[in-house]
Design a protein around this ligand. Structure first.
Ligand code: TTP
Ligand code: MG
Length: 389
C-alpha cells in the first residue's frame, strides 16, 4: 500500500514571528540574523526576499540590497517556544513525526483513517489559530515528493503530489530540487548541459552512478518518484558510552582519568558519526565490593568534542571521594539531540512525547554493529544486575 506522507514547513519562520509579535512590521521587509559586522542573515520575510536577500547571506550585503529594511537580531528562546507549540499540534495528530529542524517535520499518516488533505487543513488551521502564523504543507506518498509539495506554493501553501502526476510534474524542475543534488553538483550538471529533471531522466542509472557515486541510484529512483526512506520518529533518549573492567583494582585517579580521556575520544567519534550532541556526562564506577556508583553532570550547552566531554568527566572524577578500590570505570553521555541551526532545546520536549507514544526505535546499534549505544532503560537494568552480582 502507498504511504501517506505529510511534510510541513513554517513560512519565513523567524521573520514571521517577529512580524506577528510586532504588528507594525507586517508587510515590511524584515531581516533576522547576526547584526554584528560579520553576521549573516538567518532568514527574512517574503517582502525582503524580493530584494534578493536570503538565508546565509552576509548581513552587510542585505543592508546594501535593502537599506530601509527592518534588521533584527535572533530571539532564539521565543522561536523555540513557538516551535514547541507547532510540534505539540503535530504530536497530537500522530506520534509518527520526524522533526527535521526548528520549523520543519515529516508525518507518516498512513494509518490515520482520514483524507490527508483534511489532516493538512487541520494542521494549517490549528497552527494559525495557536501561533498566528502560516505553515506550508505538502502531501505525497514519499518524503521527497512531500517536501517538494510543501515548497510548491509557499507561503501558506497546500499541495498534494499524486502518483499519476509523476514524472510529468517533476520534468520542468531544476535539478537542484532533487534531494541529494547540492549546489556544486548542480553546477557540474549545468556544465554538461543538464539543467532540468527532464534532462536527468534521460540518463541511465550507470550514468548517474558515474556522476554521483553511490547516491546516483537514489537520484535515479527519486526522479521517478521512488523514495523508500521511512519517517523516522525521535529516537528514544539514550546514551552513548564505554566502560572497562580494570586489570587491577585501583584507587589511583590518574588511571581513571586516563580511561576517561580514552572514552571521551571514542564517544566523541560516535557522536560525530551519529550526528548527535550531548548535554549530560555520567561517570560510572564499580568498586571492589561490586557496588555501582554513578555521578552525572548536565550542562546548558550541547557538546560533541572529546575535550569538552573529558573536561566534565575530569571534574566529576577529581571531586569524587572514592573510598574503595575501583574495579570498573565507565563514561557515557546522554540527553542527546540531533542538531540543526544550533537550536535544539525544542526537540527535548518532543523526545519525551515520542517516548510516551512508544513508537521509538533505536537503529544505531544495528548500524554501528557494536553494543555501545544503550537505551536508558537498558542501562538501568544493567546497573541493577551489576548491583546484584
Ligand atoms: P527555513 O525553513 O529554511 O526558512 P524559513 O522558514 O525562514 O523560510 P521558508 O518560508 O522558505 O521556509 O528555516 C527555518 C528557520 O531556520 C529560519 O526562519 C531561520 C533558521 N535558519 C537559519 O538560522 N539559518 C539558515 O541558514 C537557514 C536556512 C534557516
Ligand atoms: Mg521554513
Amino acid at each position: 500500500m502507498k504511504r501517506k506522507i505529510i511534510h510541513v514547513d513554517m513560512d519565513a519562520f523567524f521573520a514571521s514571528i517577529e512580524q506577528h509579535d510586532n504588528p507594525e512590521y507586517k508587510g515590511k521587509p524584515v531581516i533576522v540574523g547576526g547584526l554584528s559586522g560579520r553576521g549573516v542573515v538567518s532568514t527574512c520575510s517574503y517582502e525582503a526576499r524580493k530584494y534578493g536577500i536570503h538565508s546565509a547571506m552576509p548581513m552587510y550585503m542585505a543592508k546594501k540590497l535593502c537599506p530601509h529594511g527592518i534588521f533584527l537580531s535572533v530571539r532564539r528562546k521565543r522561536y523555540e517556544e513557538v516551535s514547541a507549540q507547532i510540534f505539540d499540534i503535530l504530536y497530537n495528530i500522530t506520534s509518527m513525526v520526524e522533526p527535521v529542524s526548528i520549523d520543519e517535520a515529516y508525518l507518516d499518516v498512513t494509518d490515520i483513517d482520514k483524507n490527508p488533505e483534511i489532516i493538512a487543513l487541520e494542521i494549517k488551521n490549528k497552527v494559525k489559530e495557536t501561533t498566528g502564523l502560516t505553515i506550508s504543507v505538502g502531501i505525497s506518498y514519499n518524503k521527497f515528493l512531500a517536501k517538494l509539495a510543501s515548497d510548491w506554493n509557499k507561503p501558506d501553501g497546500l499541495m498534494a503530489i499524486t502518483e499519476n502526476m509523476v514524472p510529468d510534474i517533476l520534468k520542468p524542475l531544476p535539478v537542484s530540487k532533487v534531494h541529494g543534488i547540492g549546489e556544486k553538483s548542480a553546477e557540474r550538471l549545468k556544465s554538461m548541459g543538464i539543467n532540468t529533471i527532464e534532462d536527468l531522466l534521460k540518463l541511465s542509472q550507470e550514468n548517474l552512478i558515474e556522476i554521483f557515486g553511490k547516491v546516483g541510484v537514489e537520484i535515479y529512483n527519486r526522479i521517478r518518484g521512488i523514495d523508500e526512506r521511512p519517517v523516522e520518529t525521535m529516537r528514544e533518549i539514550k546514551s552513548i558510552g564505554k566502560e572497562k573492567t580494570l586489570e587491577k583494582d585501583t584507587k589511583d585517579k590518574r588511571i581513571l582519568l586516563h580511561y576517561a580521556k580514552l572514552f571521551s575520544d571514542i564517544i566523541s567519534e560516535e557522536l560525530t558519526k551519529e550526528r548527535f550532541y550531548a548535554r549530560t556526562v555520567t561517570v560510572k564506577i564499580k568498586t571492589s565490593d561490586f557496588a555501582v556508583h554513578t555521578k552525572s553532570k548536565t550542562l546548558d550547552k550541547y557538546m560533541r568534542l572529546s575535550e569538552d566531554i573529558y573536561e566534565v568527566a575530569k571534574e566529576i572524577i577529581e571531586n569524587w571521594k572514592i573510598e574503595q578500590y575501583v574495579r570498573l570505570i565507565g563514561l557515557s553521555v546522554s540527553n542527546l539531540s540531533p542538531i540543526k541551526y544550533e537550536q535544539l532545546s525544542f526537540l527535548d520536549k518532543n523526545v519525551v512525547k515520542a517516548i510516551k507514544a512508544e513508537n521509538v526505535a533505536i537503529e544505531i546499534n544495528k548500524k554501528v554493529g557494536r553494543k555501545i549505544v544503550k537505551k536508558a532503560s537498558e542501562l538501568l537494568k544493567e546497573d541493577t544486575m551489576q548491583r546484584r552480582d
